[in-house]
Each structure stands twice: as C-alpha cells, then as structure tokens.
Design a protein around this ligand. Structure first.
Ligand SMILES: Cc1ncc(COP(=O)(O)O)c(C=O)c1O
Length: 429
C-alpha cells in the first residue's frame, strides 16, 4: 500500500474516458471495476437518475414497495429463464450472502435439517464479506482470514493452460467432473453448489470449457443439490450473452446479478430465485420461514430507475449483438500479444480478456516480482493513455460493454505497448 503515495483524482468521465484533475484522459480499460456499460455521463442514464431523484429518493422495501423496484423485478424475471422472484441488495457481495442464506434456509424451510454443507469451485470469487469469501477462495485475497471462514467442499476447475501430466484436456475435464460426482454420491448433506457462471473472473479469467457448467448443473439435479450461480461479473453481456446461464444451458435455482445492472452508475444488486425456493418461504407468520435479511438501501428507487433505463437501452441498441461483433477485435490481437516473451496465455470471451504473464513460456512460471505488478501496469498504462488494473500476474481487459471498435482497437494497441514497456521493470525487480 505504501508504494502508492497518493492517487490521481478523477473529476470527470465522458464516454469510455476517465479525466483526472490535471486534464489527463485515460481509456477506462476495466469499465470502472467491470460495471460500466455505456460509458460515462450517458445522457439517458443521467436523465433517468435526475427524473427519479425529483420524485422519490429512497423509501423502505420493508412492508412497502416502490414503482421502479417493482418494474425492475418484472424486467429481471423476464430476461432470466426459470426465475420467479427478486431479492434486492446493494452490491455483489451482499447479493451472494443472500444467495447462500436463501439456499441454506430453503432446506430448513422444507424440514431437511441435514443439508448444511456448500460445494464450490477452487479459486472462485464471490465478494469480500465473510460468507462470500467462504464460498470463494482466492488465496492471495483471503488467506489472512482463513480461520474465520466457514468450510466448503472445493473442486478443481479444468485449466487448459496447466493440464496435469498424463491427461489430455478432455480427460482432465472428465476427471474434474468425476471427482464432483464421487463426492456427491458419498455426501447427502450438500445443500448447494455455488459457482461463477461462464468463467471465474477474479480467480484469473478461467473460462470454463464447453459443457462443464451444464454437467455440474445436471449433477446437482441428479443428487438433489441446489445450483447457485454468480453472474455478477459475467452476466449482462460481459461474456457475450445477456444471461450467461442461458448460453451454458444450465438453469440455476438461485442467481445473482450486480455490477452492470445499473449500467455501472449506482450501487445495486439482485438475487433471483425459482418458484420452488420462493414458495418454501411462504409459511404462516408463526412458522418462521421468513428470510431475516434486509439492507437499508434495498430496492432503492433511483438505482432501480437507472437499471430499468439501462435494460431498455440494451434492447433499443441491440447491445448483445453489438458486443458479439465488437469483441472480435480482441481476436485480431491474439498473435501479437502472444508473441511477447512474458505472455504465457491469453484467455478471452466476449468483453473479457486475461493476459497471463510468466517468467518462462516453457515452464509457465507466473511472474512474481518484488514490486507491485499492478502499480507498474497502472503507471505504464497511464503513459499510454489507458487505465489498467492487474490481478496477480494477469492483465485484465474488461472495457465498457458499448465501447466502439475503434476505441477497443486503441485499448489493445496501447495494452501491447504497456506490456512491452512494463517488461523491463518486471524482469529487473
Ligand atoms: C463474480 C463476482 N461476484 C461477486 C463480486 C462482488 O461484488 P461487489 O464488489 O459489488 O461486492 C464480484 C466483484 O468483483 C465478482 O466478480
């Protein structure tokens, strides 16, 4: 932390650009923490916020409701196959806390006291609160709290770049799935399987092989385990489809959305459940089947109004189609990026790319300098007019979803320059 000294102050945002107090312009290469959709200061989204803020700024969603939140719930259920009801919160971590609680309490609501364990994938990330940390586990982030986290059953994700000796990639996928099934057959206490949908993002941009997620969802059905998906970073078009589980043909029991829900303008998240889960909470008052969970800003009308406008714009602008076309620009740069001698692997899907840096292409040793890779990339990126953040040894490219082809071309060209410039600094420290 000490290495940063002070931070630049961002005073304005316009389109894909962030502008600091000295007038420097940086292309927002991480969509302001993976949530920006239309760029900054979009007039339609700003108007939705100002219009709603003149009518009702906040009112409780306890015993009451409000129009924008009701409308948003309808909109979310419409785009999410198999889902029935929505539970609001203010950020992705809380949406996942709710998902975990809903899944655990479901079994109690239907009178099964034994199902209390949670299965997950290794290296998942679901947020920074204790429940979310427990169901994920990126060692660098959470290691210091390991003792305080509740235990989960963790399974490997097949990583094409690091296939264990003696396996083909397909063998390894099957091996991972067999391990899951073996455990399921022996343990009838598993309440839920929690995983990111489509890819693990913070855990190193691990894009699942085709069919992997679907097979896990089928195993969950076969062994009577709830299937809980986290689409906070991967839904809403990030991986090229509106709802990633739809593309993966794996309808969950519970799913969480966040980040891009409001276009990246206000803080809001949503946890959706199917009818089976919802109905289990409908007991009489004295049955105590209610979910005791609520946040102050749950269902905030301004956040809901901007989320509704955001969804309207997805449709009006055919955003998913546009993303599918624009994201092809990434492919144009595969060759040039992979030729850089510290680049070990490129992982890309839709509007997400992870570039893994290694000290040796042959040994695939992750680059691990004494100095902060993140700071080196931030500084070199800034010289090149782009805002970049790395996660460990992975350079993350997560641009605003509506970025133009020309702007994405610029981001990729400048990223290549940045990696080349950072190289000497990374190798010499
Ligand atoms: C997959 C996933 N789930 C949950 C979260 C937590 O969201 P938030 O930072 O809004 O709490 C994140 C954040 O990056 C995420 O990537």
């Amino acid at each position: 932390m000490k290495e940063w000294g002070s931070f630049d102050t961002i005073t304005k945002g316009k389109g894909v650009w962030l502008i600091d107090s000295k007038g420097n312009k940086l292309l927002d290469g991480v969509a302001s923490m993976w949530c920006n959709v239309w760029g900054h200061s979009n007039p339609e989204l700003v108007k939705a916020i100002t219009n709603q803020s003149k009518k009702l700024q906040h009112a409780p969603l306890f015993n009451l409701t409000n129009e924008p939140a009701e409308k948003l719930a309808d909109n979310l259920v419409k785009i999410s196959p198999g889902m029935h009801k929505v539970f609001y919160s203010d950020n992705g971590s809380t949406a996942m806390e709710i998902a975990i609680k809903l899944a655990l309490q479901y079994w109690k609501n239907i009178g099964d006291e034994k199902k209390t364990e949670i299965a997950t994938l290794k290296n998942g990330y679901h947020g920074d609160t204790f429940g979310a940390m427990s169901v994920g586990f990126v060692p660098e982030f959470f290691g210091k709290f390991k003792k305080q986290l509740f235990s989960t059953i963790q399974f490997s994700v097949p990583n094409k770049y690091r296939i264990p000796k003696g396996f083909t990639f397909l063998d390894y996928q099957n091996h991972c799935l067999e391990n899951i099934e073996k455990r399921f057959t022996k343990n009838s206490n598993i309440a839920a399987f929690v995983m990111e949908s489509g890819a693990q993002v913070a855990g190193g941009v691990m894009i699942y092989p085709k069919g992997f997620q679907k097979k896990i969802s089928n195993l969950c059905k076969k062994y009577n385990i709830l299937f809980v998906l986290d689409e906070i970073a991967t839904g809403f078009g990030r991986l090229g489809s509106m709802v990633q589980y739809d593309e993966q043909k794996s309808i969950p029991d519970i799913v969480a959305f966040g980040k891009m829900l409001t276009g990246g303008y206000l803080t809001m998240a949503a946890t959706l459940t199917n009818k089976k889960i919802y109905d289990s909470y409908l007991g009489e008052f004295n049955d105590w089947k209610h979910l005791f969970h609520g946040h102050t800003y749950t269902g905030n009308p301004i956040a809901a109004a901007v989320a509704n406008e955001n969804l309207k714009m997805y449709k009006k602008n055919n955003l998913i189609k546009k993303i599918q076309k624009t994201s092809k620009i990434f492919e144009k740069f595969y060759q040039e990026i992979s030729e850089i001698d510290i680049v070990g692997d490129i992982r890309h899907k839709g509007m997400l790319m992870g570039i893994e840096l290694v000290t040796s292409k042959k040994k695939k040793t992750p680059i691990h300098p004494k100095k902060s890779i993140n700071k080196i990339f931030f500084e070199e990126g800034k010289k090149n007019g782009i805002y970049l953040r790395t996660l460990g040894n992975i350079v993350m490219l997560v641009p605003p979803l509506a970025i133009s082809e020309k702007e994405l071309d610029f981001l990729l060209n400048r990223t290549i320059k940045t990696i080349k410039a950072a190289k000497s600094k990374l190798v010499n420290c």
